[in-house]
Ligand binder design. Sequence first.
Ligand code: COA
Length: 281
Amino acid sequence: MPFILRRARPEDRQSIYDVEKSATPGLIYLPFVFDEFLADETGAFIVAETEDQLVGCGKFTLLPDGSAWLETLRVMKAFQGQGIGRLFYQRFFELGREKSVPAMRMYTNINNHASKGLAEQFGFAVAGTCLGQKMACQAGLVSSAPAGFVPVRDVEMAASLLFSLREKWPGFMVLNRTFYAFNQALANFLVERGMLYHDADGKNLVVLGARFMPQQALHIGLMDGDYTACLAFAMHLAAVKGVGSLQCLSPVGAKEAQAEMTRQGFQFEASEFIVMGVDLA
Ligand SMILES: CC(C)(COP(=O)(O)OP(=O)(O)OC[C@H]1O[C@@H](n2cnc3c(N)ncnc32)[C@H](O)[C@@H]1OP(=O)(O)O)[C@@H](O)C(=O)NCCC(=O)NCCS
């Protein structure tokens, strides 16, 4: 059966929701990001269709450092294993070359053999492994703010704080399951959005924010220093924002941070996540 790839259109909304319901019934977020994905002119929201049915979707997104983030790849269950995922990857590579991206990356659950196998077929290799933890937040319980946390306003300071963490928090920081490499572009992005907080003596550092759906969850991108103080500030901010949960994907080696989150009531997600990438430069 021939499959055609084209840009998503506003009238695809319900069909795309149906694709997600069929492909990832346990992970539904397209209703919250559909308009944002459609409006993204630097990236591309793409669908696959047969003559009479929309059967897949995928999103090519440019991150602040110019790398491509491949996300929300979904093929309807009944159409999986027929080469549609491969067509999306071919299109992602065309877009990557057209936009001269230095690298392309995606993440998946470590047990998602189809997603990992597909990426490997296109030369992607595992670049990091993370553990997810989350905690439900109680509405209306605003604790007092732990003293001293303020957003970092200077991009050079932000870069030096971030780069000092490259070994302790290796690889990437994660917001909404989007993996950001440590570089100057990330420092600029965090400063612009006021997401990087430190305390006056610079001992404690935490990234808090959301790439999208900020009303639902506050994401801890990374933490350093006194984890108890960082988490107290995260919980304070989550309560001020009135979000339903705090979430963090941390590198597998960040054991102390994970232990402190567990002590504070965070639950581990069932399996690990891997980020995979390929260099195009
Ligand atoms: C992952 C997904 C997008 C793949 O799309 P697809 O159209 O089924 O994949 P294709 O038919 O194009 O397969 C292409 C290649 O992927 C790999 N692959 C596909 N299914 C696989 C499986 N079950 N195990 C291992 N590798 C697999 C193979 O390398 C395959 O090549 P081959 O046919 O030459 O062996 C699709 O299965 C899907 O929508 N899954 C649910 C949502 C999801 O997991 N999204 C991605 C991560 S969030």
